[in-house]
Each structure stands twice: as C-alpha cells, then as structure tokens.
Design a protein around this ligand. Structure first.
Ligand code: ZN
Length: 179
C-alpha cells in the first residue's frame, strides 16, 4: 500500500534509524513494510526509498534501477532490500551528480560523493550480503543509506549555488540528473 512521503522538516528524517532485529526481519510486518516501500517508491517515481521517508524509524532501504540510462551507460540493478547497511568507502576519488529526493520535492542539487564503496547488509531473508558499487549506483546507494543516518543530500550539496528548482534545472542545466 502506498504511504505518504515525509518531507524535509519532519524530524524523522533527521534521526539515525533503528537497526532491525532478526525476529522482526522474519515477520509479516517486515514483509508488509517492504511492500509499502516498493508501492510508495513506484507511485512517486523514485529509484530508491528509505523507511524513514514513509515515517518508519528502521534501517531499511530499497533500490531498483531498471533500464536507467546515464551517460550512455545502461544500468540494470534489480529491486534490492538493504537492512542494517554499513558503508565502507573504497576510494577518496569523488564523482558528482545532480541529486533529487522524494523528501525534498521540486529541487535538485549537485553532490559529490566517493566513486566506489562497499556495502555490507542483510537481505530480506536476514542473510549477510556484500556489494561493491561504482558510478551512478554508488551515488544512489550513498543517498539512500544516508537517509538511515538522518542525512539529506541537501546537507552534502557542494555549494548552495548548485541548488536548483526542477524547472530551472531542465531549462538551464539538465545534465547528470539523478531522479
Ligand atoms: Zn532521498
């Protein structure tokens, strides 16, 4: 079921989310949470969503990049559930994208983040997983996992001048967009 999205200013977006225990992970409430996050992400047109964005104070994020094309690079990353994720930076090299966020509607901002990361997490079965991500996927992952720490992309905008409304972005900038 689609849930409403918490927007910037809602304190739930600014606190570190709680880690999930194994028993909750295997419960029907958890399955329902994942379904609600997926429905909400699809309805509002996101490529990722974190539980605090639908008002749930838990370390769960979803990402799905299917047929996303950036810089001629086609990315197909199937729907993946990240529970209790931990990020390790594998390089100091940065890459920049114009990010947007369902919780900060109507705006885009240019953010630089490390190009390559490792994420250790539990999947929806509670199994330990590890992924190494580069490029656009690395940025999407960092954006979503930041939500679980109470961080919004706005906090990481390189320069306040690199913040734009969507319409002006399309009119004047329109490059390196991250939906
Ligand atoms: Zn976001």
């Amino acid at each position: 079921m689609k849930r409403s999205i918490c927007r910037m200013g809602n304190p739930i977006l600014r606190k570190k989310a709680e880690k999930l225990g194994k028993s909750f992970l295997l419960s029907d409430s958890f399955s329902q949470l994942v379904l609600d996050m997926k429905d909400s992400m699809d309805h509002y047109g996101g490529i990722g969503i974190a539980a605090p964005q639908i008002g749930v104070d838990l370390q769960v994020a979803l990402i799905e990049l299917m047929g996303i094309n950036r810089y001629g690079e086609e990315i197909n990353f199937p729907l993946t559930v990240f529970v209790n994720p931990e990020v390790t930076y594998l390089t100091d090299d940065l890459q920049g994208f114009w990010e947007g966020c369902l919780s900060v509607p109507g705006l885009r901002g240019y953010v630089e983040r490390p190009k390559k990361i490792r994420v250790n997490y539990l999947n929806e079965e509670g199994e330990e997983q590890e992924i190494v991500a580069e490029g656009f996927l690395a940025t999407v992952l960092q954006h979503e996992l930041d939500h679980l720490l109470g961080i919004l992309y706005i906090d990481r905008v390189k320069d306040p001048k690199l913040l734009s409304y969507q319409e002006e972005f399309e009119q004047f900038i329109n490059t390196k967009a991250l939906d």
